[in-house]
Write a protein of this length. Structure first.
Length: 319
């Protein structure tokens, strides 16, 4: 296939390009580098099956040649208001990527009679009242809160994707991505994985927001990309959760990283929330993925974190 990947220079987008190329496909990568990094694609510069186009997906998209699939992964994703790439600091760009970007990429898929994949998120469930979260759950979301620019952009994107599927008969699918980590994460991402690893490598205490009992479920990037690829080549149209169902408290997660790094400076607790509306629990129900895609995560948290810590060592010049 010849596949357009938006957000190609991002953490997930760049790994996705690698997987698609490894499967023998041609890839057209698109990014405007607002949060993506050119370094994530540097190794593909001589690959004859990879074409890069610098472009903002919120503007009209024109891609030369026929496309067989369109994968819309372009969007800021970090909720950290202290990070330059956090969506609280890029609110309009985030809304435009989710709304205009989805509209434009769906138009490309329609014109090419191509398979379309929307990269959605567990954040569409908000601070959930159902646990674990099934795809049938409609969510518990504040439409005007500080997180709403991301949450509502993705919820709108899902609605628009299904409208194109029902009205225009576009061959669409929706992947709801849960917390993911691994090499090529942005050092300034501002979320728990990046913050904890950086602090641990510097020998600093790891900062916990709140009491640390809020939970997340962390999936290593290679596992996630495998699930995404299986969904792409399936005939499924309904949303599918892709993530690791092993729930862990943020406090436990910080201790794991502190021990793996080996400096063990300990933890420090901040009373304030990370961001208003920060979900207290997050865990995917992956029954659909297991039954429909024969997919489940295989990489342990310890192994995944070890690889991620090594990447951060290199990025921070500690190797």
């Amino acid at each position: 296939m010849r596949i357009l990947v938006t957000g190609a220079a991002g953490f997930l987008g760049s790994h996705l390009c690698d997987r698609l190329l490894a499967e023998g496909h041609e890839v057209v990568g698109m990014d405007n580098f607002v949060t993506g990094k050119p370094e994530n694609l540097a190794h593909l510069g001589t690959n004859e099956r990879f074409l890069f186009i610098k472009h903002d997906v919120s503007n009209y998209i024109s891609v030369p040649g026929k496309l067989d699939a369109v994968m819309h992964f372009a969007s800021p994703a970090s909720p950290n208001p202290n990070s330059p790439i956090g969506y609280p600091n890029l609110p309009i760009q985030t809304m435009k990527a989710g709304a205009l970007g989805t509209h434009n990429t769906l138009g490309v898929a329609l014109a090419n009679n191509a398979r379309f994949m929307l990269a959605s998120t567990s954040e569409i469930y908000g601070d959930p009242l159902e646990h674990p979260q099934k795809e049938s759950y409609w969510g518990h979301v504040d439409p005007i809160g500080e997180r709403s620019v991301y949450d509502e952009a993705k919820r709108f994107a899902e609605a628009l994707t299904m409208a194109y599927h029902r009205f225009h008969k576009v061959n669409t699918c929706i992947v709801r991505i849960f917390n993911t980590y691994g090499p090529r994460m942005h050092v300034d991402d501002g979320r728990a994985v990046a913050n904890f690893i950086q602090q641990a490598l510097r020998g600093e205490q790891l900062t916990i927001y709140g009491d640390g009992q809020q939970t997340r479920s962390f999936c290593y990037v290679d596992d996630l990309i495998d699930g995404i690829y299986r969904l792409l080549v399936s005939d499924i149209h309904e949303p599918v959760n892709i993530g690791n169902p092993d729930e862990i408290t943020i406090e436990q997660f910080a201790k794991e990283i502190d021990a793996l790094v080996g400096k063990e400076a300990g933890l420090v607790y901040e009373k304030k929330q990370f961001l208003p509306g920060d979900p207290l629990r997050r865990q995917p129900d992956i029954t659909r993925a297991r039954e429909w895609l024969q997919w489940g995560p295989t990489i342990s948290l310890r192994d995944g974190l070890s690889k991620t810590i090594q990447y951060f060592r290199q990025e921070l010049g500690q190797v």
